[in-house]
Design a protein. Structure first.
Length: 82
């Protein structure tokens, strides 16, 4: 066998393996868009209603939802890059 044939086969196998490992970036874009829309809506509501959120329980809920959306966005980029 010719050495160039072996090298070409190895390169083709490497390219094929790299293509199989590619993951769609769609989950990151969806999670990021949801986070951006949530932040925009939260800022609009906050400017229009100075007493928002009305109770400490509601404030904890908003903070928990924010943390969940940030973690989902971070998790999706880790998934995509892995």
């Amino acid at each position: 066998m010719d050495a160039s044939f072996i090298l070409a086969a190895a390169e083709a196998a490497g390219e094929h393996a790299a293509e199989e490992e590619h993951r769609s970036e769609l989950p990151f874009f969806i999670a990021g868009a949801v986070l951006v829309l949530f932040a925009f809506a939260l800022s609009v509501v906050g400017f229009k209603r100075p007493d928002f959120p009305g109770t400490s329980g509601a404030a904890r809920g908003v903070m928990a939802l924010t943390v969940a959306l940030v973690l989902a966005t971070m998790g999706s980029i880790i998934y995509v890059s892995g």
